[in-house]
Design a protein around this ligand. Structure first.
Ligand SMILES: NC(=O)C1=CN([C@@H]2O[C@H](COP(=O)(O)OP(=O)(O)OC[C@H]3O[C@@H](n4cnc5c(N)ncnc54)[C@H](OP(=O)(O)O)[C@@H]3O)[C@@H](O)[C@H]2O)C=CC1
Ligand SMILES: O=C(O)C1=NCCCC1
Length: 338
């Protein structure tokens, strides 16, 4: 098999430079990106990333991301660079979140990912980043759930999803691929949205107009909304339920009530990220543990029950590893003449 890691970047002639390579870097649209995304490579790569983040030894360099709110547009722009030493991967995602985009027929999350040559900084590939963000966020939730939910090997689990947008849909698909799910319960603030998502998912899914009724029997819960107020309350939860809190509405912790953060075991992708982006919870004394520390065996999930929460912040490293997998798959197909 071709060693795709050795493919050089497409440096065009630069003033004062001696490199003379003609072609611009390839650009992949969201449709093309999707063809190179596979859960069976993405989820293990995400688990390895989580583990490396928790070694805190510069295996993963990802400074706190720049978050620029654009209040006039009910929007934000985030800039997320990362370097992964193990794979010599350098990438940067610039992502926007425009909450009112549905009215324009556009996704709320739009992004571009640039993959650089880790040895010389040249651009290797430019990719639309909406599908990358969609898939890698669900892969992070699967990776976290695999390592945090105690009954992950059980059959016939009940999944509740709060929200009916892009993340809600991909989480349903990813969780059905990975876990034994017998029922998906969907709540959305507009009931019609929950109904529409259930139609896409088929008989396994049922819409609920009431949040509490939706969540109560759930083993696994995903929150993926722009809700500024809690959509899940601790009192509604099964004693060992696992929640993946994905949404970033007003803040990263607006979807769960304070009691949940106080009483559950709360895990994050990155402690550095949590100190910045969950500042108020951090200052209120809520303890966070990295999922990677559980994977590395330096921390553990409390064995005797209790609710677990994966508070997904999103890391530049997730986009970098996803971009690398896409690039490798692209080169493999190119070398095979496909
Ligand atoms: N942690 C991470 O790494 C990532 C987090 N995100 C976050 O995940 C969330 C979902 O993203 P995505 O699925 O792409 O976005 P979508 O726009 O596709 O979906 C948003 C969902 O939130 C619902 N919603 C909107 N406003 C409210 C409200 N005021 N109260 C309750 N629900 C509301 C929408 O319902 P309706 O359409 O009916 O209005 C819809 O179900 C966002 O907060 C986003 O920022 C996204 C990517 C990565
Ligand atoms: O990590 C990401 O990508 C995002 N996180 C929060 C919301 C916007 C996208």
């Amino acid at each position: 098999m071709a060693d795709t890691s050795k493919v050089t970047s497409n440096l065009s002639n630069t003033t004062g430079g001696s490199r003379d390579t003609p072609s611009p870097p390839p650009f992949l649209t969201n449709e093309e990106v999707k063809r190179h995304l596979h859960w069976n490579t993405l989820v293990p790569a995400t688990e390895t990333l989580f583990a490396n983040v928790s070694r805190h030894n510069e295996l993963v360099i990802q400074p706190p991301r720049l978050i620029m709110p654009i209040s006039q547009q009910n929007a934000a722009l985030l800039c997320m660079p990362a370097y992964l030493a193990e794979d010599n991967v350098l990438a940067c995602k610039v992502v926007t979140s425009f909450r009112n985009n549905a009215a324009l027929g556009l996704p709320s999350i739009l992004a571009t990912v640039i993959l650089f040559d880790g040895s010389n900084g040249g651009t290797k590939m430019i990719m639309e980043g909406t599908e990358i963000t969609t898939w890698r966020t669900a892969a992070a939730s699967v990776a976290a759930t695999k390592n945090l939910f105690r009954r992950i090997k059980d059959k016939d689990l009940v999944l509740a999803i709060m929200g009916s947008g892009v993340q809600a849909h991909i989480h349903a698909q990813a969780f059905m691929s990975y876990f034994s799910i017998k029922e998906i319960r969907i709540w959305n603030h507009r009931f019609a949205g929950a109904e529409a998502l259930c139609k896409r998912l088929g008989d396994i899914a049922k819409p609920f107009p009431d949040k509490e009724e939706c969540v109560k029997p759930a083993d696994l819960i995903v929150t993926a909304t722009y809700s500024p107020t809690p959509v899940v309350h601790y009192d509604w939860l099964k004693s060992d339920a696992h929640i993946n809190a994905v949404g970033f509405g007003v803040s990263h912790h607006s979807e769960l009530d304070e009691n949940t953060y106080r009483k559950a075991s709360v895990f994050v992708d990155s402690l550095d990220g949590a100190k910045q982006e969950l500042k108020s919870l951090h200052e209120a004394g809520i303890k966070f543990t990295e999922v990677g520390a559980v994977i590395n065996g330096t921390e553990r999930v409390p064995p005797n029950g209790g609710v677990t929460v994966f508070q997904s912040l999103g890391m530049g490293g997730e986009d970098a590893i996803t971009a690398k997998l896409i690039f490798n798959d692209y080169m493999k197909h190119k070398n095979q003449g496909k």
